[in-house]
Ligand binder design. Sequence first.
Ligand code: BTN
Length: 235
Amino acid sequence: KEFIYLNEVDSTNAYVKQNQQYLPNATVVYAERQTQGRGRFSRRWVDLDKGIKMSILLKLLLLDLEKIVPFTLFTGLVINRVLRKHGVESFIKWSNDIYLNGKKVCGILSELSGEVEGFGSIIIGIGINVNAKSVPEEIKDIATTLKAETLHDFDRTRLIIDILKEFERELSNFEKYGFSYFRDEYKSFCINLGKEILVNGERMLCKDIGKNGELVCEKDGKIVEISSGEVTIRF
Ligand code: BTN
């Protein structure tokens, strides 16, 4: 396996995308700084000092690429598990944001890319706000850092190693049994359940997390299943 450490890059996801033909499966690209970090829904990912910004390249059979949604859910679950092992009382906001004290500390951006001879790749980008004292004014109502909430520093190397180890250790279970293997744990940490939420602007009640990780909601007395989209929780 390969671990590439970069001081500065535009975006680790973009780096992996551009270089994937030369990179072996399971390569991890880590950057100390991103100048054009990307978030979901074409947003940018604000670059904080002393954080974790990395991308994992997974080369898969084309027919397995449809697992991208459960894959990202799985990644969120792994990160939540590792943070909890490090004493952080984190939660998961569907589909894969990690929250601490009601604010976001980690985001995941998965991208599909490239198809060569029956193989394609999933790039899983992980951004965690770790040791920065605070976040900029513009995002301070919605985001925070591990340090700001717990008032102590975290060993970033330890966190990275634990996340990658746990990811690798559980990957075979994920591949064998799919998301359902992790569903109970996911549900026990998912903050959407039982709440009224907005899905792409539409108001609904979140009832359950389905077998493949989809959000099961009730809207006007009908059950709707959501497999992607922007979800806002109305606290
Ligand atoms: C989100 O919550 O919107 C997803 C944020 C993902 C950020 C990470 S940081 C490492 C990787 N490279 C990027 O450009 N984005 C992801």
